[in-house]
Design a protein around this ligand. Structure first.
Ligand code: AMP
Ligand code: MN
Ligand code: MN
Ligand code: MN
Length: 277
């Protein structure tokens, strides 16, 4: 069995390791096929590619795109993309631009709670990254001693219903899948078990996802428990979707699942990486 991990983050987005260090860690963990999938950006792929060639890892060019669907934030990973494809590049640039205004609104919400300097603090955490996101705010809150760890920063301030969560409009599902396909890639619905939607909404989501050209889904994910893995294996078989394996690793000490630490796919699924190896 090949050791595969098709979802992880570098310091280009909200990961802790630079792309080359991430690739070397994956190689040391025995990964043979790796996708770097930074949020809304492909700027780490060149460095990752060089490191992958040195380490003997097969690198799949990836990205994780932020989407708003029926008011819920979804993530779709694009794998095997040509990152210079203009529609994709422009779509991602627009999402990245939107993140700065959102960050200011998050900082204002924190200021109203008496937490000052969050914009500068999060920007400092994002130094070297080309996106700013909630993880950078969470690291700032921890650095300031306002929360003991990243998780409680999310739980107390940064998740829906909490006081520094701000609504934001990301890309449309059909647009994001379209960009991925235009760039020659395969769309993979990321960590479907994480979305807080009813079972009827979930069915609608998969119906629409397939209708707009989505071809794959993460079945094995760092975000999934055993039951969710079984549920989404069933969904993949039902819709004829290719299946992916995804740690969603962000960094040592921050992620429960190391890069390359996920088990293989359950029986009877077609691996999405057959498209790339
Ligand atoms: P953003 O795209 O800026 O909204 O940030 C999303 C990122 O925040 C995810 O990719 C995770 O890295 C992190 N994240 C989101 N929700 C949580 C949570 N409940 N606990 C820990 N990290 C989270
Ligand atoms: Mn993230
Ligand atoms: Mn995600
Ligand atoms: Mn991710």
């Amino acid at each position: 069995m090949q050791r595969v991990d098709l979802h992880c983050h570098s310091s280009v987005s909200d990961g802790l390791l630079a792309p080359a260090a991430l690739v070397r860690r994956a190689a040391a963990n025995g990964v043979q096929v790796l996708a770097l999938t930074d949020h809304d950006d492909t700027a780490g792929l060149a460095e990752a590619r060089e490191a992958a060639a040195e380490a003997g890892v097969r690198l799949v060019d990836g990205v994780e795109i932020s989407i708003t669907w029926e008011g819920t934030t979804l993530h779709v990973v694009g794998l095997g993309i040509r990152s210079t494809q203009p529609e994709l590049a422009q779509g991602l640039a627009a999402i990245r631009a939107g993140r700065w205004g959102r960050a200011q609104r998050i900082a204002s919400a924190l200021a109203r709670l008496g937490i000052d300097g969050a914009q500068e603090g999060a920007a400092r955490q994002a130094c070297g990254a080309s996106i700013i996101g909630r993880t950078h705010f969470a690291r700032f809150l921890m650095e300031q001693g306002i929360t003991p760890d990243i998780q409680s920063a999310f739980d107390r301030y940064l998740t829906p219903g909490k006081p520094a969560y701000v609504e934001h409009r990301w890309a449309e599902l059909a647009d994001a899948v379209g960009w991925i396909r235009a760039a020659g890639g395969v769309a993979v619905l990321a960590h479907p078990g994480r979305y807080r939607v009813s079972s009827t909404a979930r069915k609608r989501l998969f119906d629409q996802y397939v209708a707009v050209g989505g071809e794959a889904v993460e079945v094995v994910s760092g975000a999934h428990g055993r039951n969710q893995q079984r549920d989404f294996a069933r969904v993949a078989r039902h819709y004829g979707l290719l299946a992916s394996v995804a740690s969603d690793f962000h960094g040592p000490g921050e992620s429960a699942h190391d890069v390359g630490s996920m088990p293989g796919l359950p029986e009877g699924l077609v691996p999405v990486w057959e498209r790339f190896v």
